[in-house]
Design a protein around this ligand. Structure first.
Ligand code: 5AD
Ligand code: SF4
Length: 457
């Protein structure tokens, strides 16, 4: 996996019946955004739009954007330049900006980026058919209103993954945490949970369609809570999803250290089809910085959570997010982050340089005072250390047999399959008689820093 903002999909493989128009959707940012693009494809399919992989064939181009870090926004602006050129060739083409940047930049996008015909925020996708119609008549179309209720619960996303094996289901939208650096509460609004019935229906539909893995998505899955006569908490939801089919693997992301309970870990231990892998962003190893970031846990609390995972789920994969150079970070704070990484022995990490985001508590009240050079050096030290930890984590599998869900024919060779084991490590092995969608016992014989290699038993 690379930087999350580097995630980019072109959408293909969808043949809408008697489609009148074509749409091309590009997605940046997190998996949540990928899932939102699938919701949008479903809403517009009802209007006669089929997804195309060729931008040149599209009547409508949508770019699903991310605001979480500054470089994510710069990338989107670069893509808008490409769409501008396409529009010069075909003046009837409509271009829309959706997602977090839409909410953040609103009219500014329409004015500055003359190429943009419509802007739609994360809670307004149901309005897209109307917005597209308005844009088609030359009116500028904007809806970035946030909602307290919208979960798109009833919309069955059009699956845009390529493998037909693993898919994503959103269980909450928005976030109530307001960490000092984070723009998400302002671009995606307050947290809402989706009804368990619609989640379970969607999961059952995936099983019927042949999917073998589902990842439950939310900014903070542990705070999932549905109340309608009875209360369904995240551990209960997880049990229900695991019970849909024993042949379906279940994953979830993201867990918040302040909310992750032993109860969730016990549910994971009790169900063999719940993958033993947890994404638990730590952000910093310094208590002073954690308090400034408003993370609402301490280093001691975090390491206690890691110990609970190791105790209840031995061998569980643990990944994290780390920010280098947050406001006022000293060398001593940075050293604490490095020491926590060693203590936790993360299998994988997404590592970022702090970038100030507008309207966040940090932007309002703190000074982005760590010099760029220092941020870069600290980030590099974090990356180097994680490189060693990731390599050690891979080496621990050598000589062992691990169950892999085959997902794709390997990009490097048509004779190899790639998939992931329960711990979320990528495994590549000779294809032989196996096909994507099958569970395969693979004996691990070697590794690179990012993948395991082995042979099917
Ligand atoms: N600067 C750098 N990294 C950030 N993240 C969120 N906001 C910022 C920011 N302003 C990182 C956090 C979060 C991940 C999704 O992105 O590590 O967990
Ligand atoms: Fe980016 Fe966060 Fe929005 Fe996802 S939720 S698109 S990561 S800003």
């Amino acid at each position: 996996m690379t930087d999350k903002t580097g995630f980019h999909i072109d959408v293909n493989g969808l043949k809408a019946v008697s489609a009148a128009y074509s749409m091309y959707i590009e997605t940046y940012g997190c998996q949540m955004n990928v899932n939102d693009s699938e919701v949008v494809a479903s809403i517009l399919a009802r209007e006669g739009y089929a997804v195309t992989q060729q931008m040149e064939q599209a009547d409508l181009i949508l770019i699903n954007t991310c605001s979480v870090r500054e470089n994510a926004e710069q990338r989107v602006r670069g893509r808008l330049d490409v769409f501008r050129m396409e529009k010069k060739k075909r003046p009837g083409l409509l271009v829309g900006v959706m997602g977090c940047m839409a909410e953040r930049l609103k009219e500014q996008l329409l004015e500055e980026e003359k190429v943009v015909d419509l802007v739609v925020g994360p809670d307004a996708y149901r309005e897209l058919p109307q917005l597209v119609r308005n844009a088609g008549t030359g009116q500028k179309a904007v809806n970035v209103l946030l909602s307290r209720e919208e979960t798109y619960a009833d919309i069955c996303p059009v699956r845009m993954d390529r493998n037909g094996v693993s898919s994503f289901v959103s269980i909450t939208r928005g976030c109530n945490n307001r960490c000092a650096y984070c723009i998400v509460p302002y671009t995606r609004g307050t947290e809402r949970s989706r009804s368990p019935e619609t989640i379970l229906d969607e999961v059952a539909g995936l099983v019927t369609a042949g999917y073998r893995e589902v990842t439950l998505l939310g900014q903070n899955v542990d705070s999932y809570r549905w109340q309608n006569g009875h209360v369904v908490s995240f551990p209960r939801l997880l049990e229900k999803v695991a019970a849909v089919s024993s042949g379906l693997r279940v994953r979830f992301a993201t867990s918040h250290p302040k909310d992750m309970t032993d109860e969730v870990l016990h549910v994971m231990a009790a169900h063999s089809n719940i993958c033993k892998s947890i994404h638990l962003p730590v952000q910093s190893g310094s208590n002073r910085l954690l308090a400034l970031m408003r993370r609402r846990y301490t280093r001691e609390w975090y390491t206690d959570r890691i110990e609970a995972i190791r105790r209840i789920l031995p061998g569980c994969g643990i990944s994290t997010d780390i920010i280098a150079g947050f406001c006022t970070e000293t060398e001593a704070d940075h050293a604490e982050t490095l020491s926590l990484m060693k203590q936790a022995q993360f299998d994988h990490a997404f590592m970022f340089k702090y970038s100030e985001r507008p309207n966040t508590p940090a932007a309002a009240k703190m000074k982005d005072d760590v010099p760029e050079k220092v941020k870069s050096r600290r980030l590099q030290e974090i990356i180097n250390l994680q490189g060693r930890l990731s390599a050690e984590s891979k080496q621990r599998f050598i000589g062992k047999t691990t169950e892999v869900l085959a997902e794709n024919v390997s990009r490097k060779s048509p004779d190899e399959l790639s998939g992931r084991n329960s711990q979320n490590t990528v495994v590549v092995f000779p294809k032989k008689r196996y096909a994507p969608g099958e569970y395969v016992q693979v004996r691990i014989t070697g590794c690179t820093p990012a993948t395991l290699q082995g042979t099917a038993e």
